[in-house]
Design a protein around this ligand. Structure first.
Ligand code: NAP
Length: 258
């Protein structure tokens, strides 16, 4: 028996990285999934892999509330209900102070914050008692990474919004929690070759006690926990999966060099 048998999940950004890993895991656990993103080719490839009975792809831009509403309607039309909303779509862009255009800063906030809120709002009329809403933060909300003001602010906002939404939706028996990944091996890092990845990992791992990047499947397992009834008493919280970088930074290899 799967942990998500009979459930229907909307996964924004389900065509890449963590969202795609979650789509695979959710389907393995018995769910049917509706995947959104802008890239039709990768959306179609995901459905081909997961199978037409289990997956539906909807091209939808998370910054456009109408588009999000249409994705939800397509999910209802196809599968008849919605139990899980995993607002995972997100972008990162450099926004160094002194050299950032308003449009770049705005775009990060529109995808990572406004898009998340309106995805949840679009799904809300269909969510019943026991539904689970999962948002996506980042350890970079707290890390002070240079050049990351918009991204950090956006993910800090998601963490704050998680608590407000949890309060608002608790009376309806809907849970809202926030998965907070550390550095995870996905296309968001823009690495193209194994050499690029090796270089990034060698640098990043120095600050991670477990001495490696996370894999998208490891973050997907946290989302599965929050999506399933295994987390039935967990509400309004952040769950971090970062190899210890935030909680025990002094265990990182950078502090162990002698
Ligand atoms: P990814 O592989 O680049 O995936 C990002 C996803 O978001 C893609 O599916 C992309 O699809 C979708 N997306 C971006 N803009 C969109 C828009 N306007 N409308 C709809 N979909 C959009 O990166 P990832 O690492 O899996 O990222 C997933 C989430 O994890 C993000 O929220 C990210 O901030 C967060 N996160 C990642 C890390 C990490 O190290 N990887 C760490 C902390 C947090 P399209 O391009 O087709 O639109």
């Amino acid at each position: 028996m799967g942990k998500l048998d009979g459930k229907v999940a909307l996964i924004t950004g389900g065509n890449s990285g963590i969202g795609l890993a979650a789509a695979r895991l959710f389907v393995t656990e018995g769910a049917r999934v509706v995947l959104t993103g802008r890239n039709l080719a990768t959306l179609n490839a995901a459905v081909e892999e997961l199978g037409n009975e289990s997956a539906l792809a909807v091209q939808a831009d998370a910054t456009d509330p109408e588009s999000s509403a249409k994705a939800v309607e397509a999910a209802i039309e196809r599968f008849g209900k919605l139990d899980i909303v995993y607002a995972n779509a997100g972008i990162s862009a450099p926004t160094p102070v002194g050299d950032t255009e308003l449009s770049t800063f705005d775009e990060v906030l529109r995808v990572n914050v406004t898009g998340v809120f309106f995805t949840v709002q679009a799904a809300l009329p269909y969510l019943q008692k026991g539904a689970s809403v999962i948002l996506t933060g980042s350890v970079l909300a707290q890390a002070g990474r240079p050049g990351g003001s918009a991204y950090a602010a956006s993910k800090g906002a998601v963490s704050s919004m998680t608590k407000v939404l949890a309060s608002e939706l608790s009376p309806r028996g809907i849970r809202v929690n926030n998965v907070v990944p550390g550095a995870t091996r996905t296309p968001i890092w823009g690495q193209n070759t194994p050499e690029d990845w090796a270089k990034l990992e060698a640098g990043m791992s120095l600050s991670i006690p477990l001495n490696r990047l996370g894999e998208p499947e490891e973050i997907a397992k946290v989302a599965l926990f929050l999506a399933s009834d295994d987390s039935s008493f967990i509400q309004g919280t952040d769950i971090t999966a970062d190899g210890g970088a935030g909680a025990a930074p002094m265990g990182a290899p950078i502090y162990c060099l002698s």
